[in-house]
Design a protein around this ligand. Structure first.
Ligand SMILES: NC(=O)c1ccc[n+]([C@@H]2O[C@H](COP(=O)([O-])OP(=O)(O)OC[C@H]3O[C@@H](n4cnc5c(N)ncnc54)[C@H](OP(=O)(O)O)[C@@H]3O)[C@@H](O)[C@H]2O)c1
Length: 137
C-alpha cells in the first residue's frame, strides 16, 4: 500500500488487515506510521526510487494512492521489474494534472504510465465509489 498513512490509505490498510490480508505499507517514517499490529511497515521514499526495491520484493498486488504531484514513472518501472500482478490505482488530482488534452481528450501522464505498464487503460471505478459513498464516511 502506497499512501498508507494518509486519509484513504489508512482506512484501506485497516480494512485489509482486519479482513486478514497480509499488508505491507510504505512510509518515509515507519516509526510514525501508527498502523495496526501485523501490518508490515517498510521505509521508502518515492522521490528516491532506489529505496523502493526491498519494499516491492515479493509484492503481488499494489494499492497505489499517489501523493499529490509525484511522478509515478520511476515507481512503475520498479513495479514492472518486481512482477506485481495487480495495481489498484486511486487517482483524483492526478487526472487533472496539467497534461494536454484533459480531462476528456486523453490520458494524464500517470494514467498513461499505468496503461503502458499494464497494456490497458486504468478501469474506472468512479461509479462504484459513488454508489458506495457511505462506506467512506
Ligand atoms: N486530501 C484531500 O482532500 C484530497 C482531495 C482530492 C484529491 N486528493 C488526492 O488524493 C491523493 C492522496 O492525498 P492525501 O491528501 O490523502 O495524501 P498526500 O498528502 O498527497 O500524501 C500523503 C501520503 O503519501 C505518502 N507519501 C507522500 N510522499 C511520499 C513519498 N515521497 N514517498 C512515499 N510515500 C509518500 C505519505 O506517507 P508517509 O508520510 O508515511 O511517508 C502519506 O501516506 C493525492 O493524489 C491527492 O491529490 C486528496
Amino acid at each position: 500500500m502506497i499512501g498508507a498513512t494518509a486519509h484513504f490509505g489508512r482506512q484501506t490498510v485497516e480494512a485489509l488487515a482486519g479482513a486478514g490480508r497480509k499488508v505491507r505499507a510504505l512510509s518515509r517514517t515507519p516509526e510514525k506510521a501508527g498502523l495496526p499490529e501485523g501490518v508490515e511497515v517498510v521505509r521508502g521514499d518515492l522521490a528516491r526510487p532506489e529505496t523502493l526495491g526491498a519494499a516491492l520484493d515479493g509484492v503481488t498486488e499494489l494499492f497505489l494512492v499517489l501523493p499529490y504531484g509525484m511522478d509515478a514513472q520511476p515507481l512503475l518501472d520498479r513495479v514492472r521489474q518486481a512482477g506485481v500482478r495487480q495495481i489498484v490505482f486511486l487517482s483524483s488530482g492526478a487526472v487533472v494534472d496539467g497534461a494536454d488534452p484533459q480531462p476528456d481528450g486523453g490520458p494524464a501522464p500517470v494514467n498513461d504510465a499505468v496503461e503502458q505498464l499494464t497494456g490497458h487503460p486504468p478501469r474506472p471505478y468512479t461509479q462504484w465509489v459513488t454508489d458506495n459513498l457511505a462506506a467512506f464516511r
